[in-house]
Write a protein that binds this ligand. Structure first.
Ligand SMILES: Cc1ncc(C[n+]2csc(CCOP(=O)(O)OP(=O)(O)O)c2C)c(N)n1
Ligand SMILES: [Mg+2]
Length: 685
């Protein structure tokens, strides 16, 4: 049994520093507190490096030695009851101050059963989402937009919060950084963006990273925000005061500020880094720039030598005690792994039994209009909902699916975004972490490739690696047949669903579109919501309030038959029904047709039962054939039902090509009613 955590020493009893404690001259308590937390951070980082070298910690460790002069005052100055942060791989000191006991942080590094990431992530990839410290993934730059989103959520909730978005000189070149700086300036979000400029990205010096013609802090002007440089290698109190003033300006004036922080990276990139790209002189200069011994020497000169010695002794003894306790924690168990890919099923929301403000049915509407009704209902009944996307405001979206929603619900709830799919999706992740349930419209599903990291690695893995829920609906107008060419016609379900943690619905009927949007909305996971553009305006329909709207997570039986089981989804459902009708009339062969509706998670029980009766399987989809969704369907079904088959399964799909433009070419590319009939007729023999 692990023992209880040993209480922290008195020198760490206060985790805050108020700006007033630093000016005009700092109080001795403030100075010693700054020292204690800096020393705690340094000693812990040093011990972690030793434990790694002893083989007691796996993976790698990226030390924060040298970075304490920034991250310690920053974390002490933050209002940890309301502020938002995403620390980097140099910021262990920030984690130690923000929340938690040292044993919990060590559990993360030891990747044991009590690890805050359930041992599913290592090194410094943890956080504390409940206290607005957002865990990093490896992809640099991609957490910054989450800080923007959660800071927005905090402000909407009435808190005078500031976000702290940290990234390195290397990370500053990523697209997400540019997108998020622009977004934060546009939305006037009080986020302090801090570039930890230690002049290296792994082995690459800044001279190989960006033009020296513009300093990093000067980039702020291009986004219309204030930019400052603060030297954290010089006087630590001056730097802390400047930082406090920046935080105060961002908080009180509610605007973003970009800070270039000069800091040191003393241990190279990571524990394994040999640093042989540094000349001995340069390495010596880096070591000599270390602010920590300078802070210590200064305080010793000011008469605190005995107090510093006592703090160091107290801290080192406590760190050792904590290491011993964390070492006793059990190794993690794989038992809960599969279940945790998704957040648990949420309770149904208390929807009014109506499709409009007051009627349980609506008639003579296109699918596009029915989706508008569904979003109107969500906006009316769910105050936490927000809609974002390009041109969705006054214009009503490229397909007019959001028409009228801005006028009815206002800009705070329905708003246009810049062309920044990645940062906007990241903003939505942050909002979701803050209690909202964003619905994001991608103008075309194709543009979701711009947000692949945010969707598949950030949003989709959040629950697995932190336990936090990210309820998001990503609306994806997809599919071809409309002469829109390669980049406005694709089916991307196979691309996205190869990654774990995403749910997906793909309605083919008007009623399912309405029901599906409600079901997706109330799910606690990111849900891809595919909307075939060819269905938006095909016919006029009636939609009714359906208390069983959650049935869209199960396949729908479209047509009964006995000669084969046909599984499809999306627009192809309609072609399948037409083909089945023709085959019945002309060939007297009947197909048992199923519309999957949910592509993730797959519910195949009813389809398996059908196959056990028909003994033949057809899968039909509009996406490309190779590595297509049909391959997965066939594999999953046949793994258990191989001996039910009388014939090899038939896969009908698009060609393995980019979607060609001209109608004649696109016609040849994708399945048509006639090509479906021909292939099935041949195959049935
Ligand atoms: C988008 C992305 N590309 C590449 C990497 C691999 N990588 C990890 S750390 C690193 C260098 C980071 O440099 P910087 O942002 O300056 O942070 P520092 O390590 O100097 O604190 C690289 C290239 C990554 N994590 N993310
Ligand atoms: Mg760097």
């Amino acid at each position: 049994m692990p023992q209880p955590f040993p209480p922290a020493p008195p020198c760490l009893s206060v985790r805050d520093l108020r700006a007033a404690e630093l000016s005009p001259s700092p109080t001795p308590e403030a100075l010693l507190r700054l020292y204690a937390w800096s020393a705690f951070s340094r000693h812990t980082d040093n011990r972690i490096l030793e434990l790694f070298r002893q083989g007691l910690m796996k993976g790698t460790v990226t030390g924060g030695q040298g970075n304490e002069s920034l991250i310690v005052p920053l974390a002490l100055l933050a209002d940890k009851a309301i502020d938002v942060v995403s620390f980097t791989h140099r910021d262990l000191g920030g984690h130690l101050i923000w929340s938690g006991h040292l044993c919990e942080h060590l559990n993360q590094y030891f990747a044991n059963a009590d690890s805050p990431t359930f041992a599913r992530e290592g090194n410094v990839h943890h956080g504390d989402p409940a206290n607005r410290s957002l865990p990093m993934i490896s992809h640099l730059g991609s957490m910054i937009s989450h800080v923007a989103g959660l800071t927005d959520a905090q402000r909407r909730a009435g808190h005078a919060a500031v976000g702290f978005a940290l990234f390195g000189d290397g990370g500053s070149s990523t697209g997400d950084i540019h997108e998020t700086l622009n977004l934060a300036a546009l939305l006037s979000l009080p986020v302090v963006f801090i570039i930890e400029n230690n002049r290296y990205a792994y082995s690459t010096p800044v001279s190989d990273q960006f033009s020296p013609k513009v300093e990093l802090w000067q980039r702020a002007a291009g986004y219309g925000m204030e930019g400052v440089r603060i030297d954290f290698l010089g006087d630590p109190l001056d730097a802390a005061r400047e930082l406090a003033a920046v935080v105060d300006r961002a908080r009180s004036e509610r605007r973003p500020i970009l800070v270039e922080a000069n800091v040191a990276r003393l241990r190279g990139h990571a524990a394994y880094d040999t640093c042989d790209y540094l000349s001995p002189e340069e390495n010596a200069a880096i070591q000599a720039s270390d602010p920590f011994p300078k802070l210590r020497a200064r305080l010793a000169d000011e008469g605190h030598a005995a107090a510093l010695d006592a703090i160091d002794a107290e801290l080192k003894a406590w760190i050792e005690a904590c290491i011993q306790i964390s070492l006793q924690v059990a190794r993690p168990s794989p038992a809960s792994l599969p279940a945790d890919a998704f957040a648990p099923e949420a309770a149904p929301m208390p929807w009014a039994p109506a499709v409009t403000a007051d009627a349980p049915r609506a008639e003579n509407l296109t699918v596009a209009q029915i989706l508008t009704l569904a979003m109107g209902k969500i906006l009316r009944e769910r105050p936490e909902s927000v809609l974002l996307g390009q041109d969705i405001g006054v214009y009503g979206g490229a397909f007019k699916v959001t028409e009228g929603l801005l006028a009815a619900h206002g800009r705070a709830r329905v708003f246009n975004t810049p062309l920044a799919e990645s940062a906007c999706t990241g903003w939505a992740v942050g909002m979701a972490l803050g209690g909202h349930r964003p619905i994001e419209e991608f103008q075309f599903a194709d543009f979701a490739t711009e947000a692949v990291t945010q969707i598949t690695l950030n949003a989709a893995t959040y629950h697995f690696r932190s336990g936090a829920k990210v309820p998001l609906v990503l609306r994806l107008p997809c599919g071809g047949g409309l002469t829109f060419g390669s980049f406005h016609s694709q089916e991307l379900e196979a691309l996205f669903l190869g990654m774990p943690g995403l749910k997906a619905l793909y309605p083919s009927t008007a009623q399912d579109a309405f029901d599906g949007l409600l079901a997706a909305y109330e799910d606690d996971n990111p849900v891809l919501f595919f909307e075939h553009k060819g269905l938006y305006r095909r016919g006029k329909h009636t939609v009714v309030w359906n208390p069983n709207y959650r049935e869209v997570w199960q396949p729908r039986h479209v047509r009964a038959g006995s000669h084969a089981t046909l599984v499809t989804y999306g627009e192809m459902t309609h072609l399948a029904a037409e083909a089945a009708e023709y085959l019945e009339t002309e060939y007297e062969k009947t197909l048992d047709v199923w519309d999957l509706r949910a592509l993730s998670p797959l519910r195949l029980d009813a389809i398996r039962a059908s196959l056990a009766r028909t003994h033949r399987l057809v899968v039909l989809h509009e996406g490309r054939r190779s590595h297509g969704f049909g391959a997965e369907l066939v594999a999953q079904i046949l793994e258990t039902q191989f001996f039910d088959l009388e014939a090899p399964p038939l896969r009908i799909a698009s060609l393995d090509l980019p979607v060609p433009f001209a109608p004649e070419l696109e016609h040849a590319y994708r399945p048509t009613r006639d090509s479906i009939i021909a292939q099935i007729a041949d195959w049935l023999g």
